[in-house]
Design a binder for this molecule. Structure first.
Ligand SMILES: [Mg+2]
Length: 400
C-alpha cells in the first residue's frame, strides 16, 4: 500500500475554550464545564483545573473538592454545535478528504498533497487559520495512520502540533504508557498492568498470540496499534449514511392528532437506533406524501442531540410547515443527517442527565426484550377516557 499522510486535529478543551470566547474573564483561570454539582460529571476542564488532578468524566462533586476555586459552568450544546460547524466549514474548504470523528475532532487524508506544498507546512498554515478565524486553540498530529496521528495530537497538546515521520512511528510510540493507545480504557489498562505491561514498547516486543489469548480480537488490534499498524481509511462525512424511518398508513390520515402520534412513534424508533449506534444527529428532515402521491420534504439543522425530547418538537414544527394542503396523508418519513459519534457519555450536562438515565434504563429493556417492549405515551393511540385508571399520575413519560 502506498504511504499515506494522515492528519488528526482536536480542539483543546473545546467546551472550555468556547466558554472563554463568550467570557474573556475565564482565561487563565481553572474552568470546569459540566452539569449541576450534585450529580453531574466533568465534560471538559481547563489545563489550570487539570493541575489540581481534575479530568474529564470525574464526578463534579469530587472536582469541586480538588479545585474549589474553579469556575463551574453548565454546558450549552447549541454554542458547541455552532463552533463545531464553524471549524467543519473551514476544514471542508481546505481538506480534500475529511472525516468528522466527533464534535471537536477530525481526520484528514493528505496523501498526495506533498507534491505541491508539503503536508507539514500545509497543516501548520491550516492550524493558524483555524485559530485566527475561530479564536479556538487546536492541536494536530501528522503521521502515516489514524492511530499514530491521534496519539501525536495527544502528545502535542495544548495548542501545538507534532509530526511523526514515516519510519519513526514505532520509536515514537515505544516509551509511551499503554493507555495512550485509543481504545485502552481503565479495564484493559488494569488487565495489562496485572500482566506487567505498562509501556507500549513491551506490547511491541510481545508475540501477538499472547495478547490474543488475553483479549481475543481486541488483543490482536492492540498489538497492531502498538506496532503502528492501522490501515483504517479516512471516511468522508458525506459518505456516512444517514438514518431514516418511514411509515405508509393503511388508510390516509387527515387529522393532526393521528399524524402527531405517528410522528412521535417514528421519532422514538429512530432516536433509539441513533443512541444504539452511539451517534448524535445535527440535521432533521421530514417527508410527507399526500394521497395524490405528491411528496414534500423539509429539513433543519439542530444542536447535536440524541434525545427524543429535543428532536420531537423540531419534527413537529416541520410537520406543521409541510402539512398545508387539505388532503389526506399516506406516508410520513423522518431522517437524521450530519451524524457524528458521541465520544463522551450521553450524560454530558446535567439537565440531560436525568433524561439520560431514563433512556439508558429504557434502552436496556428494549435491548433485552425487543424494541417494542416500551412505548412513549404520546406514540400510542389516545385511550378513551373511561379506560384510564383512577390514579394514572405516572411520573415517567413511558407506559407499558
Ligand atoms: Mg478535544
Amino acid at each position: 500500500m502506498a504511504e499515506r499522510a494522515i492528519l488528526h486535529l482536536d480542539l483543546d478543551t473545546f467546551f472550555v475554550s468556547v466558554e472563554r470566547l463568550k467570557n474573556a474573564r475565564l482565561c487563565g483561570r481553572p474552568v470546569i464545564v459540566g452539569g449541576a454539582l450534585e450529580r453531574g460529571v466533568v465534560a471538559s476542564c481547563s489545563y489550570e483545573a487539570r493541575r489540581f488532578g481534575v479530568y474529564s468524566g470525574m464526578a463534579l462533586k469530587l472536582a469541586r473538592r480538588l479545585c474549589p476555586e474553579a469556575v463551574f459552568i453548565r454546558g450549552n450544546m447549541a454554542d458547541y454545535s455552532y463552533y463545531s460547524r464553524l471549524i467543519t466549514s473551514i476544514l471542508e474548504e481546505e481538506v480534500p478528504v475529511l472525516e468528522k470523528a466527533s464534535i471537536d475532532e477530525f481526520y484528514a487524508d493528505l496523501t498526495g498533497l506533498d507534491r505541491y506544498y508539503g503536508c507539514w507546512k500545509w497543516a501548520t498554515r491550516l492550524r493558524k487559520r483555524i485559530l485566527r478565524e475561530s479564536g479556538l486553540p487546536i492541536s494536530l498530529g501528522l503521521s502515516t495512520s489514524k492511530s499514530v496521528a491521534k496519539i501525536a495530537t495527544g502528545e502535542a497538546k495544548p495548542n501545538n502540533q507534532l509530526y511523526v515521520q514515516s519510519g519513526r512511528e514505532k520509536p515514537f510510540l515505544a516509551p509511551l504508557p499503554v493507555q495512550k493507545i485509543p481504545g485502552v480504557g481503565p479495564k484493559t489498562h488494569r488487565t495489562l498492568a496485572t500482566m506487567g505491561i505498562r509501556h507500549i514498547h513491551t506490547l511491541q516486543q510481545m508475540p501477538p498470540s499472547v495478547l490474543q489469548t488475553a483479549f481475543g480480537k481486541w488483543g490482536r488490534l492492540l498489538w497492531e496499534r502498538a506496532n503502528a499498524i492501522d490501515p483504517r481509511p479516512v471516511t468522508p462525512h458525506r459518505q456516512r449514511k444517514s438514518l431514516s424511518a418511514e411509515r405508509t398508513f393503511p388508510q390516509d390520515l387527515f387529522d393532526l392528532p393521528s399524524l402527531l402520534t405517528a410522528l412521535s412513534a417514528l421519532v422514538e424508533k429512530l432516536a433509539y437506533r441513533l443512541r444504539q449506534l452511539g451517534m448524535y444527529t445535527g440535521l432533521i428532515a421530514l417527508k410527507i406524501r399526500y394521497a395524490d402521491f405528491r411528496t414534500f420534504s423539509q429539513q433543519t439543522k439542530v444542536p447535536y442531540t440524541a434525545f427524543d425530547e429535543e428532536i420531537l418538537p423540531v419534527a413537529t414544527t416541520l410537520l406543521h410547515k409541510l402539512y398545508t394542503r387539505r388532503m389526506g396523508i399516506r406516508m410520513l418519513g423522518i431522517a437524521f443527517g450530519d451524524l457524528i459519534p458521541q465520544t463522551c457519555q450521553l450524560d454530558f450536562f446535567d439537565d440531560r442527565l436525568r433524561t439520560t438515565r431514563l433512556y439508558q434504563a429504557v434502552d436496556a429493556l428494549r435491548n433485552k426484550y425487543g424494541p417494542h417492549i416500551l412505548k412513549k405515551a404520546a406514540s400510542m393511540p389516545p385511550t378513551p377516557l373511561h379506560q384510564l385508571p383512577q390514579h394514572s399520575k405516572n411520573p415517567l413519560p413511558y407506559v407499558r
